[in-house]
Each structure stands twice: as C-alpha cells, then as structure tokens.
Ligand binder design. Structure first.
Ligand code: SME
Length: 162
C-alpha cells in the first residue's frame, strides 16, 4: 500500500524531490505504461495543490491519444502542432502557459482551466507523449514547477514500455 506523505507544497524543490522519490518507488519493477502512468497521474494530482487535471497523452499513429489521468473526462485525440499538448510534441519543449486564453489554439477540455504545464515524455531521444497538468488558477505554474515536472516526466518515460 502506498501512503502519501505530507508533501510540503510551499517548498517546491523539496516537494519535487519527494515526488521524484515516490514516483521512482511506485514504478519500480513495473514496465506497463498504462499502470505506471495511472499511478503517476494519481500521485501528482494528489500531491500538487490547485490542479484540476493531471495526466498523459501518448503518441499513436502520429497523433496524441488520451492516456491515464485524474480530473474530468478530456479530449480523446490531439494533432501534433495543435493546442498546448500538440505544441509540446512539435517543439519537443516544455510549455509553461500562464494564461490558456492567451495561447493560440489552446484546446479547452475543462472550462475551469486557466493555466497549464505540458512536458514532453522522451524515450531514446524521441517524444512519445506528454505529461499535462492544468490548473483553475492563472499562472499557477512557474519555472520550479517546470523543472520538477520535467524530472517526474524523465522518471516516468524511463520506467515504461510505451
Ligand atoms: N489544454 C490541452 C488539451 C488537453 S487538456 O488540457 C486535458 C491543449 O491545449 O493541448
């Protein structure tokens, strides 16, 4: 049984160090991508304050397809280059969006979302999907969140056979 510790959300470096440790523990000994991404989404959604969605989209046949997540039901498929997620894939770069309404082509899965952080999942140098976090609060995510979630995405990508 996994019992979540009392994460300190005020100290982001410590928070993400704790999350990296706990994610590594959760995925240890398992290679199934659905199982590991499901637990990653649950861990992140439970630990980070002020989220309304956390989950994975995986590249399949040239487009992003919805994977395991926590939050409201979401868009099933996103084309590469479209929305924040598709832009993360097309550029291979983390997308830190303070105001989703100001992002050209943002795809609103939940009308409550106001800011978003999307980190590419990279395996052997190739983007194979994204880890996507949404918040109802504008500018919820900063550079410390981006660095922390990139660390989590690295652990997750390395732990799965996609
Ligand atoms: N907002 C994303 C779509 C996915 S949902 O946020 C879960 C985008 O613009 O790509």
């Amino acid at each position: 049984m996994f019992t979540a510790p009392a994460y300190d959300a005020a100290d982001k470096p410590a928070l993400y160090a704790d999350l990296a440790r706990d994610l590594a523990g959760l995925v240890a000994g398992e290679r199934d991508w659905v199982a590991n991404c499901a637990n990653a989404a649950a861990l992140i959604f439970g630990a980070l304050p002020d989220l309304n969605w956390a989950g994975v989209y995986r590249l399949k046949d040239g487009e992003l397809v919805l994977g395991p997540f926590q939050g409201k039901p979401a868009c099933l498929r996103i084309a590469v280059g479209k929305g924040v997620c598709g832009t993360a894939v097309a550029t291979g770069a983390t997308q830190l969006v303070a105001d989703v309404h100001a992002f050209p082509g943002h795809i609103a899965c939940d009308a409550a979302s106001r800011s978003e952080l999307v980190v590419p999942l990279v395996v052997a140098g190739a983007v194979i999907g994204v880890l996507d976090l949404d918040s109802p609060t504008p500018a919820r995510f900063d550079a410390a969140d981006a660095a922390g979630v990139e660390r989590l995405a690295g652990i997750l990508a390395a732990a799965c056979d996609f």
